[in-house]
Ligand binder design. Structure first.
Ligand SMILES: [Cu+2]
Length: 68
């Protein structure tokens, strides 16, 4: 199982956390998503490509880059 950590910008509240979580969960190959509002991080487990995660989060209106 692969784990990808994304740095997410633009999240201000739990609604943002939910929308980023749902956005990432919709990507084929994503099994588990943990979003941390205070750290501005999303930890994604699954075999989806990181580029797809970044693109989906950006399309949802937030900033994203791959941390690890
Ligand atoms: Cu919000």
């Amino acid at each position: 199982m692969h784990e990808t950590t994304l740095q997410i910008s633009g999240m201000t509240c739990n609604h943002c956390v939910m929308s980023v979580t749902k956005t990432l969960q919709k990507i084929p190959g994503v099994d588990n998503v943990q979003v941390d509002l205070s750290k501005g991080e999303a930890v994604v487990r699954g075999n989806a490509p990181a580029e797809a995660m970044v693109a989906a989060v950006k399309a949802a209106g937030y900033g994203a880059e791959v941390k690890s």
